[in-house]
Design a protein around this ligand. Structure first.
Ligand code: MLT
Length: 409
């Protein structure tokens, strides 16, 4: 008899964004004439940057010719892309990262979900609340928690992010081994200063802990005083792994390319307390379980690393940020409190009611999809996340309808 990994039984029956999609689909079936505008999942809607499309075409032509054809590439990614990443995303900002510390992959979702495999089952994990659900669910699957109760999994140390701490969690008050952080934050849109991030790095050093830093939304930072990478903080190389993605940076949600930085100086400990290289372990995992990202996609990603490529991605992302500003100003006019939407494509709205009820209300009265905050954790109850990823005309229409639906007397 085949037996299952019973940890899966502890999970909520469906992944947050699948649950939202399911509810939207049943609404659509019940109201086939209603026009629905999606400000829920953070999915790019603008076309790929022209430089990427051009590089894609060129790389496809190479594959059409025996002389320039590419078979298997290195699982860790092609040198041409990793060199550009190290130079443009790190060394240009004073962060000491080399090309062989970069692992190209097909998504930050997979990498943030998979990285926990390197830690013991007993590792104590600290996770913000609210949070991108992948960090929690992947640790539940790995058996690091008890059964879900009162909106939480026993065994996880929750880092509450609330209006009281401006959605930047406080340092843990007890020992934890691994800490997930994400800035600009998904779902709240909050950002962290260098000084605040420095305190986390110091804490990790003092406690032999590791920070898993998700910087998937870095391309939306416009305030240059904010850190774009954790490696801009002195000492972070030894205690942090960083995840980035071209999904939001360059509209690659349907194209798939991302990377994880695992510095060679970054260690975790075996049961005898001896330091072990996380770089060597991740390399071992990556080469065993992953076959690399396709050549054309890596060439397309590489194309953003020119002044023209940077200009194009900035223009596209500015248009999402412009939507975000517009959403924030309309919601504020309507008397709602919200954070984010500045240096971030997400707006975290204090709904003033049960977040799934607000989701239903917005869908029913305005035909607009948002993401209920409760799906991101207990501290998300009473909030919803609104995504600025859509075309400007759709955002305008959505806001007109939201005005009609939510206008407070
Ligand atoms: C989100 O909406 O939170 C993201 O698009 C989900 C993801 O990146 O997997």
């Amino acid at each position: 008899m085949v037996t299952i990994n019973e940890n899966y039984l502890k999970l909520k029956s469906s992944y947050l964004f699948s649950e939202v999609a399911k509810r939207v689909e049943s609404f659509r079936t019940a109201h086939p004439d209603r026009d629905i505008i999606r400000l829920g999942i953070g999915d790019a809607t603008r076309a790929l940057p022209a430089v990427c499309v051009e590089a894609f075409h060129k790389a496809t032509d190479e594959m059409a010719n025996d002389a320039t054809f590419h078979g298997y590439g290195d699982e860790q990614g092609y040198g041409f892309l990793k060199e550009k990443v190290a130079q443009w995303d790190y060394r240009a900002r004073g962060a000491d990262i080399s090309a062989d510390e970069i692992f190209i992959s097909d998504g930050a979702k997979c990498d943030t979900g998979n990285f926990q495999e390197l830690f013991s089952a007993a590792a104590k994990i600290a996770i913000p609340d609210p949070v991108y659900p992948v960090y929690i669910d992947s640790n539940v699957m790995a058996g690091r928690t008890g059964a879900f109760e009162n909106g939480r999994y026993p065994g996880i140390y929750y880092l509450d992010s609330t209006a009281k701490n401006s959605f930047v969690p406080e340092l843990p008050s007890e020992r934890v081994d691994v800490i997930y952080l994400c800035f600009p934050n998904n779902p709240t849109g909050a950002t962290i200063t260098k000084q605040q991030l420095g305190r986390w790095v110091d804490w990790a050093h003092a406690n032999k802990a590791l920070i898993l830093y998700d910087a998937a939304y870095v391309a939306f930072i416009r305030d240059d005083s904010l850190p774009q990478s954790i490696y801009e903080i002195s000492g972070a190389r030894d205690v942090a792994v960083e995840f980035r993605s071209y999904s939001k940076t360059a509209g690659f949600t349907g194209t798939r390319c991302a990377y994880t930085v695992v510095p060679k100086t970054c260690v975790a400990y075996d049961s005898s307390g001896r330091p072990q290289s996380l770089h060597a372990m991740w390399n071992r995992r990556h080469t065993t379980k992953f076959n690399g990202v396709c050549y054309m996609v890596q060439r397309a990603a590489e194309a953003i690393y020119t002044p023209e490529g940077q200009r194009q991605i900035r223009n596209i992302n500015d248009s999402y940020l412009d939507n975000a500003r517009h959403i924030v100003s309309t919601l504020s006019e309507l008397g709602y409190d919200c954070v984010g939407g500045k240096d971030s494509p997400y707006i975290w709205l204090d709904a003033g009611m049960d977040s799934w009820k607000f989701f239903d209300l917005l869908l029913d009265k305005a035909g607009v999809v948002c993401t209920p905050g409760a799906g991101f954790g207990r501290c998300g109850e009473g909030f919803v996340r609104i995504s600025a990823f859509n075309r400007r005309d759709n955002v305008e229409r959505a806001l007109d309808r939201i005005r009609g639906a939510l206008r407070r007397a």
